[in-house]
Write a protein that binds this ligand. Structure first.
Ligand code: F6R
Length: 382
């Protein structure tokens, strides 16, 4: 039921503070770390993923982790890859299910393959899963729909618990997928002494996240509606990001194109000079993701390059509150500021304005928000 919302998509966007809470319930534990008299950090369980806890020794023995997914689910894997690599110190690769199947990539018994899917029924992801089983890799499902094919066939897994997602464009499943993979990384690094300070920073930020998502929704809905009015007649929009925000620009572009039918591209900001810069002139709308993280200086460079090519009148910067580096751009670009959180969760907050923008653009263009043309919620054929 849509309740008081005009569309399922808007309802699902607004459900995110609650869906994230549900994803964390019983998994991200409170008051779990303590200091003893000698000030040494005692390692206690601060996360618990029941669905994979029996297989932890298998994960520890594995030589790499391969994530396999399609569309928005693929983007959630990109968003969480860096923290998975950082905490597990294992090589992590991400595969588009369709390409993975085409290549029949070599897989071994020592590989862990994680299949990420909202519906749990996506044909390409399912076929990739069957292939991984044939190769005797350990298969893990990260799935929203309980009882779905991927949930049943994988060796173990975690449900998103995000609640039913009805709108064809995935929103709350995306943010729940990111935090599920982050919790997964916390679980795999539970007994790593050198990671405890970092783990605690992420653990505490997870607990604070639903309230920040709520604030972002309240602060930015009208702002994004106004920006949508300005952008509604454009034929093309380019989105740039890097580091943890690379996934955000890919996902933001997918949301806008699938709903509003405006051509959009999400481009790694490091690729600017390798081609995309030629597209920039004073008429090209540009959305740039700038966070206060390890990539901040490089993103500033990209910003200057874009500004120098004339992308001024149509520049939108999705930044974080309190970032003094962005003050210089206040007169030159539209600043959209989200609250700051730990680097690896910033993408959960910066996708919210993109979800709102794609929604308002679609409404402004008089299109069908919940059922875009030619698309289905669950892609059960290749
Ligand atoms: C986009 C969208 C799709 C799905 C993709 C995979 O908004 O929803 O890109 O993410 O079809 O679907 P699942 O996650 O069900 O495997």
């Amino acid at each position: 039921m849509k309740g008081s919302y005009p569309h399922f998509m808007l309802k699902e966007i607004y459900e995110q503070p609650e869906s994230l809470l549900q994803t964390m319930r019983g998994r991200v534990l409170i008051n779990s770390q303590s200091e003893n008299k000698t000030n040494a950090l005692q390692i206690k369980s601060d996360v618990h993923l029941g669905g994979i806890s029996q297989r932890l020794s298998d994960f520890k023995r594995s030589s790499r982790i391969i994530f396999v997914a399609c569309g928005t689910s693929f983007h959630s894997c990109i968003a969480a890859r860096q923290v998975m690599e950082e905490l597990t110190e294992l090589p992590v690769t991400i595969e588009l299910a369709s390409d993975f199947i085409d290549r029949r990539t070599p897989l071994f018994r020592s590989d862990v393959c994680v299949f990420v899917s909202q519906s749990g029924e996506t044909a390409d992801t399912l076929e990739a899963l069957r292939y991984a089983k044939k190769c005797q890799a350990l298969t893990v499902g990260v799935v929203n729909v309980v009882g779905s094919s991927i949930a049943r066939i994988t060796d173990c897994g975690v449900h998103l618990n995000a609640g039913a997602e009805i709108g064809v464009a995935s929103t709350k499943a995306y943010t729940s997928q990111i935090i599920t993979i982050v919790i997964f990384a916390l679980q795999l690094s539970l007994d790593s002494r050198s990671k405890q300070v970092r783990r605690k920073e992420i653990h505490d930020a997870l607990l604070a996240l639903p309230a920040l998502v709520k604030k972002t929704l309240t602060d930015l809905d009208e702002h994004m509606k106004a920006i949508a009015q300005r952008l509604r007649d454009n034929t093309s929009i380019l989105l740039f990001g890097r580091g943890y925000q690379y996934a955000t620009c890919l996902e933001g572009a997918l949301k806008i194109k699938e709903l509003s039918y405006i051509h959009t591209e999400g481009i790694h900001a490091g690729e600017l000079k390798h081609g995309p810069l030629a597209l920039i002139d004073e008429n090209m709308p540009v959305i740039l993701f700038a966070s206060q993280d390890a990539c901040a200086n490089k993103v500033q460079n990209a910003l200057h390059q874009l500004m120098a090519r004339g992308g001024i009148s149509n520049m939108i910067i999705i930044g974080t509150e309190g970032d003094s580096n962005l003050e210089a751009f206040r007169d030159k670009a539209q600043l959209v500021l989200v609250p700051q959180t730990v680097d690896c969760l910033q993408c959960v907050l910066s996708i919210i304005p993109m979800q709102l923008l794609s929604y308002h653009l679609t409404v402004a263009r008089g299109l069908n928000v919940d059922q875009p043309r030619s698309l289905a919620k669950s892609v059960t054929v290749e």
